[in-house]
Design a protein around this ligand. Structure first.
Ligand code: MV4
Length: 447
């Protein structure tokens, strides 16, 4: 096994990776910007190295600073966590060139799946259900109008280099389509230095359901079922759960099998997620592949009884997957609420500052992943997530009851948090019935 791993990230995910390493007997190196000096994760790592100024570009995104830290500490591998450089093919390539194992997919797989046109093409060819749309990129206005005519309005134009909701435009008729095509291209060029766009039928008020998968370097691949992440706002997920209230064992097997076929076709290794939209008839459509461990991985860990971070490390070292498809079954239900330092009554305005009191919930079926403690100041430079609260139970009703109980126990003073918002979600009749769409937060939560 590796003897030392460097963690190219911060906050709760850095802590989560340190915990996995400790259990595997691996030494850890934490990195921090000057804004994160003294943070809990830096104290729990075996070593910690300051890599620069608070701005991400000068620290957590600085490839030279990170590689230097890995070299001086003799780290054998780098875990990128999520965000920052986690889906940066160039960074994965630099690691490989420096003889440092990147704990994630190969640069080739990251690059291919980061190109949404190429990703959709390979998935479609391998039996993953896709939204009707253009065959690859759209060259000009004329082609855009032709494709829209064949699939029918409304349509959505997406940037091939985009993802996570960036660089999208919806059109309801020929006139708005011409405009959407040109603005989407211009935006894509500005944001990603790549103007390539493609078109799909626009699925109105879908659900967001994603499949977790893992593959080793010996051809082994498994899918670990789905997470339902429909409850989000401005492309930020707020609540995630597994299983999805709309899933059936038959669909899980069908879609799951296509996921495995698709990722095998790109020689995928390590952990990943395939995102789907689900329309009101329950039909699944491929969206994109996230080539990283995700924020919400703990939901899957809870219902599947696996440790995805330890598995990522073992697989990166060259071991075979420690579980087979036939051993993987959902057990009960898990729900995650992302607790952010934001004011839900002021349009989710960021609320950084000092936490004066911090009491975490506990008891049966409760997991809290956080790097916060009383006296900790949330820096204004990074994302606003301060804790992930995951509750589980024998069924969805028990997981919800435990979430309500845990949200009541959670005390965070000194800053505003999204805890009151989550309490309202747990009480909402539509949520309790499992009948929500991506419009839920705007439509029912008054924000
Ligand atoms: C769509 C769509 C409707 N139809 N594609 C947003 C994020 C990116 N992964 C894809 N997204 C969407 N793609 C078609 N053909 C609606 C969205 C979308 C969305 C998807 C998942 C969760 C929240 C969303 C919010 C707005 C739009």
């Amino acid at each position: 096994m590796f003897s030392k791993i460097l963690i190219a990230n911060r906050g709760e995910i850095a802590l989560r990776i340190i915990r996995a390493c400790k259990e595997l007997g691996i030494k850890t190196v934490a990195l921090y910007s000057t804004a994160d000096q003294g943070a809990l994760y830096t104290k729990l790592a075996d070593e910690s190295v300051c890599i620069g100024a608070p701005q991400s570009a000068k620290s957590y995104l600085s490839i030279p600073a990170i590689i230097s830290a890995a070299e001086v500490t003799d780290s054998e591998a780098i875990h990128p966590g999520y965000g920052f450089l986690a889906e940066n093919a160039h960074f994965a390539e630099v690691c490989r060139d420096c003889g440092i194992k990147f704990i994630g997919p190969t640069p080739e797989a990251i690059r291919k799946l980061g190109d949404k046109v190429a990703a959709k093409d390979v998935m479609k060819k391998n039996g993953v259900p896709c939204v009707p749309g253009s065959e690859g990129a759209i060259a000009d206005e004329k082609e855009a109008l032709k494709v829209a005519k064949s699939i029918g309005y409304p349509v959505i134009i997406k940037a091939s280099a985009g993802g996570g909701g960036r660089g999208m435009r919806i059109a309801h008729n020929d006139i708005s389509l011409v405009n959407a095509f040109h603005t989407a291209r211009a935006e894509a060029e500005t944001a990603f230095s790549n103007p390539t766009v493609y078109m799909e039928k626009y699925i109105e008020e879908p659900r967001h359901v994603e499949f977790q998968f893992m593959a080793d370097e010996h051809g082994g691949a498994v899918q670990l079922g789905e997470r339902d992440c429909t409850i989000q706002r401005k492309h930020q997920k707020l609540v995630e759960e597994a299983p999805s209230p709309i899933m059936t064992p038959k669909i899980r097997e069908e879609i799951g099998a296509s996921v495995i076929k698709g990722i095998t076709a790109v020689n995928y290794t390590n952990a990943g997620t395939m995102e789907f939209l689900v329309d009101k008839h329950g039909k699944f459509y491929f969206m994109e592949v996230n080539t990283r461990i995700q924020v919400e991985h703990g939901v899957t860990e809870t219902v599947m009884d696996v440790d995805l971070i330890k598995e990522q490390i073992r697989v990166a070292f060259g071991e075979k997957l420690s579980f087979q498809q036939s051993q993987l079954h959902f057990r009960g239900h898990a729900i995650e609420c992302r607790i952010n330092a934001e004011d839900p009554d002021k349009n989710f305005m960021p609320s950084p500052g000092k936490i004066t009191r911090f009491v975490v919930p506990g008891g049966p079926g409760v997991r809290v992943d956080t790097q916060c403690e009383a006296g900790y100041s949330i820096p204004p430079f990074y994302d606003s997530m301060i804790a992930k609260l995951v509750t589980s139970g024998k069924d969805r009703a028990e997981a919800i009851a435990r979430m309500e109980r845990a949200l009541d126990e959670f005390i965070i003073e000194g800053i505003k948090t999204t805890i009151p918002f989550h309490k309202r979600v747990m009480k909402n009749v539509m949520f309790r019935k499992g009948e929500v769409t991506t419009a839920f937060v705007e439509t029912y939560m008054g924000v």
